[in-house]
Design a protein around this ligand. Structure first.
Ligand SMILES: [Fe+2]
Length: 234
């Protein structure tokens, strides 16, 4: 499987702090069925440089080769909504048109629709990270609809479906899945112990709701479209 959201690079955000923490997370991802992972370190102001991300990837790739860890790393970022559009463009997934967009956890900013419109106008496709954990959307998941109509996509966190973020986030994630408001399931994992990958547990829950075929589309086909930068067909 492909994981579109993962904090695997060490020493750059609230993910792993040391090499061994990254390696432990990598092994946990592989054990969870992941073969390719997008490195989505937090991109805030001042943003991480793409050179730092590339160096982090190159370093881990060498370690993975030495330790026979079969996990491919793909560049990206979890981009905070306040980052400039020019900067967002430099942190897209695999250098393509898709990017992972982070809104504040408390509430949805009033500028959300405007930002999505600007990104789409600029030829970029925002993927809203974990909408099921946003305060406004937890209260009213229907608020996601107009953002999707403007051309945004949405990524649920597998651990939310598994109940790790509590019952409200789980219920919200289930609602979004059933209503067809979610396009991806990813781990948003930060370590082997704290916020570990829970892809298989999340998929199990999603499969109960949607069936195997629909879930395969979310975790294989849709994710592949993104990393290969293919046109979105829904
Ligand atoms: Fe994240």
């Amino acid at each position: 499987m492909i994981d579109l959201h993962c904090h695997i690079l060490f020493g750059v955000d609230d993910g792993p702090q040391q090499l061994e923490d990254s390696l432990a997370l990598a092994k946990a991802l592989v054990a969870d069925g992941i073969t390719r992972v997008v490195t989505t370190s937090h991109i805030l102001e001042p943003p991480l440089s793409t050179a730092t991300i590339q160096q982090g990837i190159a370093f881990l790739e060498k370690e993975f080769a030495d330790q026979s860890i079969a996990l491919e790393l793909i560049p990206g970022g979890e981009i905070h909504y306040t980052v400039s559009l020019e900067e967002m463009r430099t942190h897209t997934i695999n250098g393509g048109r898709y990017l992972l967009l982070e809104f504040p956890h408390g509430s949805l900013p009033s500028s959300a629709g405007e930002l999505i419109f600007s990104l789409r106008t600029a030829g970029l496709i925002p993927i809203i990270a974990h909408p099921e954990r946003n305060g406004s959307l937890l209260r009213d998941p229907g608020l996601l609809e107009p953002l999707l109509e403007q051309g945004a996509l949405a990524q649920l966190t597998a651990a939310s479906l598994a109940g790790d973020f509590g019952s409200p986030a789980r219920q919200c994630a289930r609602f979004m899945l059933k209503k067809g408001m979610a396009h991806f399931i990813a781990t948003d994992s930060h370590g082997a112990d704290w916020r570990p990958p829970r892809m298989s547990a999340g998929i199990k829950e999603a499969t109960k709701l949607l069936g195997k075929e629909a879930v395969n589309k979310l975790v294989f086909d849709n994710a592949l479209t993104v990393i290969e930068d293919r046109e979105w067909n829904d």
